[in-house]
Design a protein around this ligand. Structure first.
Ligand SMILES: Cc1cc2nc3c(=O)[nH]c(=O)nc-3n(C[C@H](O)[C@H](O)[C@H](O)COP(=O)(O)OP(=O)(O)OC[C@H]3O[C@@H](n4cnc5c(N)ncnc54)[C@H](O)[C@@H]3O)c2cc1C
Length: 318
C-alpha cells in the first residue's frame, strides 16, 4: 500500500502529529511505502526531519503556500495524488484537517472516515472511531475504493517507526486563485501548554475541590518537570482551561508518568490516559476505578499526600 501522510505545520513549526501520521502509515503500509507530503514555503528542514520516519517525502514549496489556505492545499494535493495514486491518505484531525480533508476526499471521489483512533487494512479496510460522544467505540468497514482518506486523532499513534527516506521536490505549484485570502495569524496566549506532548502530567479531578487548590498540583508538576491537566469537571468548573482536559471529549495523552489526583476513573477519562507508560493514582476511595488502570495507587487524602510528596521532592532536590 502507498500511504501518504500530509504534514501539519503551525506557525512555521512542524506539528508532532505529522510524525504520528507517519507512525500509522508505517504500521499499515505492508510491503508498500509510507510517504509524507509537506506543504508550505521554506520547508526543507521539516522535510528532512520527516525523512527519518518516511520512505519518501514530497515537498510542495511555494511562497503562496506560506500560510494555510484550504483551497490551495486541496489544489496542490490533488495535483500530486492524480500522479502518485495513493491507496490511503492520512490527515491530522485538527481544525485544518477537518476543513480540507472532506474537500479533498470529495474531489478524489474517495470515502473518508474522520477522527480515527485505529486502522486495520489486513482484511478490507476497517477504521476505529468513537461514536455517541465517546460512549462507544466502533469499527467502520469502508467500502472498497481506489483511495481512502482518514483524519487521525492526535496523540494516539506515538510509537515511532524509524525510516530513512529521500526528500523529493514534487515540482507542484498552486493552479487556482483562492476565493479566500490569508489575513492574519492570531497567536494563542503565551504560556499555553500542549498536554499531548508532555512527558509528565499531574492530573487533577473533582477531588481537588476548588480552583485555589490547583496551585498544589502546579507546585508538584513544577518539581517533577511536568504540566497540569484535569478531568472534565475541573474544566467545566473553569478551574483549568479546556485544552487541559484529558478524556474522550478532551485530549488523548500518553506521557511517561500520569499522576491522577482525586480522579475517580470514569471510562470517559480512562480512554484518554490509559496508554500512559506509568499511572499513579491518589484517591481516598479504595474502590475508585482509577486503581484498576494504575500501576501504583495511594489510598489517601490528596491534601495530605501531595504536600508530603512536595516536601520529599524538595528535600531530594536540595
Ligand atoms: C459524553 C461524555 C463525555 C465525557 N468526557 C469526559 C472527558 O473527556 N474527560 C473526563 O475526565 N470526563 C469526561 N466525562 C465525565 C465522566 O463521566 C466523569 O463524570 C468524570 O471523569 C469524573 O471526573 P472526576 O473523576 O474528576 O470526578 P468524580 O467522579 O467526582 O471523582 C472525584 C474523585 O476524587 C476522590 N476524592 C475526593 N476528595 C479527595 C481527596 N481529598 N483526596 C483524594 N481523593 C479524593 C473521590 O474519591 C472520587 O473518586 C464525560 C461524560 C460524558 C457523558
Amino acid at each position: 500500500m502507498r500511504v501518504f501522510a500530509v504534514a501539519e505545520i503551525n506557525f512555521g513549526e512542524l506539528d508532532p502529529v505529522s510524525v504520528e501520521l507517519l507512525n500509522l502509515a508505517n504500521t499499515i503500509k505492508g510491503d508498500g511505502s509510507a510517504e509524507a507530503v509537506v506543504i508550505g514555503s521554506s520547508i526543507s528542514s521539516h522535510a528532512e526531519k520527516l525523512a527519518k520516519y518516511a520512505d519518501k517525502v514530497w515537498k510542495i514549496e511555494d511562497a503562496s503556500l506560506e500560510n494555510y489556505n484550504p483551497e490551495l492545499y486541496v489544489d496542490v494535493l490533488l495535483q500530486l495524488f492524480q500522479k502518485e495514486k495513493p491507496d490511503v491518505v492520512l490527515i491530522a484531525n485538527s481544525s485544518r484537517g477537518s476543513e480540507y480533508a472532506p474537500l479533498l476526499a470529495t474531489k478524489l471521489n474517495a470515502p473518508i472516515v474522520t477522527d480515527i483512533v485505529g486502522l486495520d487494512v489486513s482484511d478490507g479496510v476497517k477504521a476505529t472511531r468513537y461514536i455517541f460522544q465517546g460512549k462507544l467505540l466502533v469499527d467502520v468497514l469502508v467500502k472498497q475504493a481506489d483511495t481512502y482518506v482518514f483524519t487521525v486523532r492526535q496523540g494516539v499513534f506515538k510509537e515511532e517507526k524509524q525510516a530513512s527516506g529521500e526528500v523529493v521536490d514534487a515540482g507542484i505549484k498552486p493552479s487556482v486563485t483562492p476565493k479566500r485570502e490569508f489575513s492574519q495569524i492570531i497567536e494563542p496566549e503565551a504560556g499555553e501548554v500542549d498536554i499531548t506532548q508532555a512527558d509528565i502530567i499531574v492530573s487533577v479531578g473533582r477531588g481537588i475541590e476548588d480552583a485555589s487548590n490547583i496551585e498544589l498540583a502546579e507546585e508538584l508538576a513544577e518539581l517533577l518537570g511536568g504540566v497540569v491537566a484535569g478531568s472534565r469537571p475541573v474544566i467545566d468548573n473553569g478551574w483549568l482551561p479546556k485544552d487541559r482536559q484529558v478524556g474522550i471529549s478532551g485530549k488523548t495523552v500518553k506521557p511517561k508518568l500520569y499522576l491522577a489526583l482525586g480522579i475517580s476513573g470514569a471510562f470517559q477519562h480512562i480512554m484518554g490516559m490509559k496508554d500512559s507508560e506509568l499511572i499513579i493514582a491518589i484517591n481516598k476511595d479504595p474502590e475508585a476505578p482509577i486503581f484498576g488502570v494504575a500501576q501504583y495507587g495511594v489510598v489517601g487524602d490528596i491534601f495530605e499526600v501531595v504536600p508530603a510528596l512536595i516536601d520529599k521532592l524538595r528535600e531530594i532536590k536540595g
